[in-house]
Design a binder for this molecule. Sequence first.
Ligand code: GLY
Length: 362
Amino acid sequence: MTDVTRRLFMQAAGVSAVAVTHSARPARAAGAGLEGVVRVIASGNGAAATKKAWELIQEGADPLDAVVAGVAIVEDDPRDTSVGYGGLPNERGIVELDAAVMHGPTHKAGGVASLQNIRHPAQVALKVLQRSDHVLLVGAGALDFAKAHGFQEENLLTDHSRRIWLRWKETMSDRDDWLPDPAEAEPPVAEFFQKNSVRIAETGLLRFRRPTGTIHCSAINAKSSMSCTTTTSGMAFKIPGRVGDSPIIGAGLYVDNEVGSCGSTGRGEANLQNLSSFAGVELMRNGASPEDAGMEILRRIAKTTEPRLRDAQGRPDFNINFYLMAKDGRYAGVTMFGDADFAVTDEKGTRLEKCRPLFGKG
Ligand code: GLY
């Protein structure tokens, strides 16, 4: 999200500029443990979600219902091209969504993967948890299940996302029959490619890095009940049927009501290979603070990344972020690279805080 779109998003979400502060210090000391704390954390695109979820919890909602209602704001937002309606499509131009939910008090979970035409996959995942004997439904079966529960089908591809996809398709190879418009890409499309490109040190050339956005949201209520959800359109222009980490319990999210929660955004393949969110909760179970647990997951990913996905310094050439909250309310956001935010709502209001990076720059 650019600063401008973030600002618009905040305005749309009713989050005041005063309330949204960028903490100057890293998240390492964030969230002193508090009995009875009500707190919601999310990825940096989730300030509206944390605010909504926190308000619902204050009104008595279960934290799981609250986070699912919170992320629906982002699933509905066409400006967020990483989630729900307006999400970037697969390589054939079809939007395929992944989501999961996990409920701390019952340890139950639900998920959907490669779901087409339904804009609120987290709500379908919640139905899987509540109204099936299963944990994960995929593709046509997930769609049939959603329709059985009254979800309406619609085309999720916005014109903006279609234009980005078409530009990608027309420019990724000169060995096929798709020819790009000789004119420069229109500014919103050009901005997308610029934002998602990294400069290769050896050649000085920009290389497009496909985005893997997503929203994760975790909540704790005054009775120390925790729940979480992760919802996404997944890796842009993926092979049809590709499933990322978001709908996989233990990879893109996990909660143990006696320990804490962990969720992720970024390259899902790395989380599938490391079962990262489960690992984060287990690290906290063994005494790590949320921030130390998150940094350890990042180190494990950095260590196990295959050579094809390393930069000239040997670091992963992709980004990945974790959002962790302990049973006592302590919390942290961590990122592989650079300058990422995460969203928090608690009794101090709604704000963006800085994720602590493992490496200094993207
Ligand atoms: N983390 C989102 C994805 O890789 O699909």
